[in-house]
Design a protein around this ligand. Structure first.
Ligand SMILES: Nc1ncnc2c1ncn2[C@@H]1O[C@H](COP(=O)(O)OP(=O)(O)OP(=O)(O)O)[C@@H](O)[C@H]1O
Ligand SMILES: [Mg+2]
Length: 140
């Protein structure tokens, strides 16, 4: 990864006005770099879902995006509550989002399944009470 371009973002907690800023910045930078529209779309969708999850379910966190000619790697790290049952959380339709979050249009339980669907590799490293780090790779 010597020649990787690395972008880092702070995701602020509970700030819906700014949620999605990091993924839209990555989207426009990848477009400028001439990355294929298909790969840009996958990265934008997967990263947006992960970013929103950090705002809704954790206390924000940090996102690092590494770009090489071979792949785009996204690492989303938070110090939120962790995910007690990853297999259950990955199920389409499963959500713990409270009513006030659902009234904003979130909470369909489709974020994690879509992150999996739109990436070539996805790994969830989570510990209850410590936090969650999700690593996703889109191959170019
Ligand atoms: N970073 C995280 N920290 C703690 N829990 C999380 C995190 N990301 C997801 N979860 C848990 O996994 C569940 C499923 O996440 P998923 O993104 O699929 O659905 P959602 O965020 O509830 O709804 P949607 O993404 O459709 O708006 C969440 O409801 C939450 O309980
Ligand atoms: Mg979600």
């Amino acid at each position: 990864m010597e020649d990787a371009i690395v972008l880092t973002y702070e995701v602020s907690p509970d700030d819906f006005t700014r949620a999605g800023e990091a993924s839209s910045d990555v989207k426009s930078k990848l477009k400028q770099m001439g990355v294929s529209p298909e790969a840009v779309r996958k990265v934008a969708i997967a990263m947006y879902e992960g970013e929103i999850n950090m705002v809704i379910h954790a206390k924000g966190g940090e996102i690092t995006v590494s770009i090489t000619p071979e792949q785009i790697t996204m690492v989303l790290a938070d110090v939120g509550p962790g995910i007690p049952d990853v297999e259950l959380a990955m199920k389409a339709g499963y959500s713990t989002a409270p009513d006030e979050i659902r009234s904003l249009g979130f909470g369909a339980g489709m974020g994690l399944p879509n992150m999996k669907k739109y990436t070539d590799e996805m790994n969830i490293d989570t510990t209850v009470g410590v936090g969650t780090t999700i690593t996703m790779v889109v191959k170019l």
